[in-house]
Write a protein of this length. Structure first.
Length: 330
């Protein structure tokens, strides 16, 4: 990493530099440390969060999912001790597995603010490293679409099963066909409920308007058309994901607008990371992540270890031809 150009992290409208502390004896991902950049409030009062004045000084509470406690504690408690020493605060963390609040206390407001800011940056960094737990999507599980998808699968296996890497295990479960809007990392029931509440507010704030909702007639469904398939990488002979293209049947962009506004709301809430300027509306139909290795279970049993196999691409050239000539619109 170029020390003169460290990575920047944006949290709550503020920008922070991410610096690495080099500790040769104990190389560990939790040895990362973070310092605020220009425009921060690490050493002065800040209105980004609530700091309460108490009889003994100042106090700040932060809700943190229990799976993230370990990143604040660090290896053998080193991260927590360093934060407390450098900010002259005391940091109380609930027991592992117990949901609650991290409480920061100190005699000086600036120290409490500094500790809270650094904890926020740490949590933001390590949250991004967690595998996603949920995703926001539109279901495509209507019987007509499922039937067309099964026809597509049958055609592909009949005409392209001898192509490199093609097998029945690559296909999506027809009951799970969907348009993915974005992925989320929700680490406890409180965060799941927060996402549910936000989705309900989105429905009331703008989704019902796009559907022309009224108390008398109800809402009108957004009728979509699934037509043709496309691949995500540059070489169709080395395909990992094949997806169906989706658009509104009336030619409008209402579906795109609903998707974009939903993602915008979830990103603004901190529940989702912004990846693209616009949502790419697509329904995955084949994915090499779905591939099943018949030898994996046997090898795992024999060795007592999980056998990891690199992702194997498939040749999608003939599949693309089949979809254009045989399937038409779904």
């Amino acid at each position: 990493m170029d020390v003169l150009r460290p990575p920047l992290i944006r949290i709550g409208g503020r920008v922070y530099r991410k610096n690495l502390i080099q500790e040769q004896a104990f190389p560990h991902e939790e040895d990362e440390d973070f310092y605020a950049g220009p425009g921060d409030c690490a050493d002065e009062p800040c209105d980004a969060f609530v700091v309460e004045e108490t009889e003994r000084g100042f106090q700040c509470r932060v809700e943190v999912p229990s799976p993230l406690y370990k990143y604040i504690i660090g290896k053998k408690g080193e991260t927590k001790k360093r934060l407390e020493t450098e900010t002259r605060t005391s940091i109380s963390i609930p027991k592992p597995g117990v949901e609650g609040e991290i409480v920061i206390t100190g005699q000086h407001r600036s120290g409490v603010v500094s500790a809270r800011t650094r904890i926020d940056v740490l949590l933001d960094s390590f949250r991004k490293k967690q595998p996603f737990t949920h995703f926001l999507s539109f279901a495509l599980n209507q019987p007509a679409i499922q039937e067309k998808f099964l026809q597509f699968k049958e055609e592909v296996l009949e005409k392209c099963s001898k192509d490199h890497g093609v097998s029945s295990s690559l296909f999506q479960n027809p009951a799970k066909l969907h348009l993915t809007l974005g992925t989320l990392v929700l680490l406890n029931e409180q965060e799941i409920q927060k996402a549910c509440d936000l989705l309900q507010r989105c429905k009331e704030d703008f989704v019902e308007d796009f559907l022309g909702f009224s108390q008398i007639t109800g809402g009108q469904p957004l009728t979509v058309e699934v037509a043709g398939v496309e691949y995500m990488n540059d070489d169709p002979a080395m395909t990992d994901v094949l997806y169906a293209k989706v658009h509104m049947k009336d030619g409008s962009d209402r579906l795109q607008m609903v998707a974009d506004q939903l993602v915008e709301r979830f990103v603004a809430s901190g529940l989702m990371l912004k990846e693209w300027d616009r949502v790419k509306l697509h329904a995955t139909v084949m994915n090499t992540l779905f591939r099943k290795d018949p030898t994996e279970e046997r090898n795992s049993t024999m060795t007592g270890k999980s056998s990891f196999k690199e992702r194997e691409s498939f040749n999608g050239q003939n599949i693309l031809k089949v979809s254009m000539k045989q399937l038409g619109k779904w």
